[in-house]
Design a protein around this ligand. Structure first.
Ligand SMILES: CC(C)(COP(=O)(O)OP(=O)(O)OC[C@H]1O[C@@H](n2cnc3c(N)ncnc32)[C@H](O)[C@@H]1OP(=O)(O)O)[C@@H](O)C(=O)NCCC(=O)NCCS
Length: 263
């Protein structure tokens, strides 16, 4: 830790400044920084944000308790990897680092723990698709949804939403569920922004798959965002089951990918 400096970040302004100062010096810096005011404000306000400053790069870390989410800006790929090792020794918990790139055009950082590929489709539907069972999730469903996320999703590579995030999504009609008796057996989670419909999670309990439950949920997703011109999602490159189904609905790989490293 001799030639690095670690400091607490107390405002989003300070966070932005930290990167812009480095960028001014290193015009060709390698970075995964994308301004995300909602997320960054939350992390800064929760007091979990630090900056590690090296000669070769700046790293912002968000300590989520079980893992540390990392944003970087470095001079090169080699300095990135070297600095991450040092941060990992200091943090003493898994670091999760993402790198978005254009397939076939940009250099990859290495062999990732998981590779996400983006799939998109363009075009509105002329009439609503028949969704018969999917219902809007409510705040009362949050404990059960959290339980499903903790049982069936990987906390390091799948960015599991917390209570606050679920409330926000429910508030914007972004979660549809299907129940059998008392239990949730399927869910679709999405976010609508101007012209874009981002599918974030699509899940059916394993004993109910291949019976049309997923189809019903996906149709509800398309209907809520019927006026969006573009729908997109990120899928693990080895999830052939989901990829086949997305293709069935007209999604195709659009050339953008995201390597996730759990270090
Ligand atoms: C992906 C998942 C949600 C699909 O749910 P499901 O209930 O099994 O899906 P369905 O049986 O309703 O099939 C969905 C559609 O794909 C079609 N389909 C089924 N098998 C297919 C195949 N091999 N190729 C192409 N289309 C296929 C179905 O006919 C249906 O289309 P329809 O609306 O025209 O009838 C479910 O497999 C799952 O939870 N997997 C684990 C989580 C996951 O991988 N989620 C996606 C992560 S990005």
């Amino acid at each position: 830790m001799s030639n690095i400096l670690k400091e607490q970040i107390n405002s989003v302004e300070q966070l932005k400044r930290t990167f812009s100062n480095f960028k001014r010096k290193e015009k060709t810096a390698l970075s995964n920084y994308i301004p995300d005011p909602t997320k960054h404000t939350k992390y800064v306000e929760n007091g979990i944000t630090s900056a590690y400053k090296f000669d070769a790069g700046i790293f912002l870390t968000f300590d989520l308790g079980y893992m540390v989410d990392v944003i970087y800006m470095t001079k090169s790929k080699d300095s990135l990897m070297n600095c991450l090792e040092i941060i990992q020794e200091d943090a003493k918990k898994p670091l999760v680092v993402e790198h978005v790139f254009r397939e076939g055009r940009d250099e990859q950082l290495g062999i990732p723990t998981k590779l996400l590929r983006r799939m998109s489709r363009v075009g509105v539907f002329e009439k609503p698709l028949p969704s018969r069972f999917a219902e809007q999730a409510t705040y009362e469903d949050i404990p059960e949804l959290l339980d499903i996320f903790s049982q069936y999703f990987d906390p390091y590579t799948e960015r599991i939403p917390d209570v606050e995030e679920l409330k926000r999504l429910i508030g914007m009609d972004g979660i549809r569920i299907i129940r059998e008796k008392e239990d949730i057996i399927g869910m679709v989670v999405f976010e609508k922004s101007v012209g874009n419909l981002h599918l974030r999670y699509w899940w059916v309990s394993s004993s109910h798959r291949n019976k049309g439950i997923g189809a019903d949920l996906l149709k509800a997703y398309f209907n809520v965002g019927f006026d969006c011109k573009r729908q997109f999602l990120w899928v693990f490159s080895d999830n052939t089951n989901a990829i086949d189904k997305y293709r069935h609905y007209g999604f195709e790989f659009d050339g953008t990918a995201d390597e996730i490293f759990v270090i």
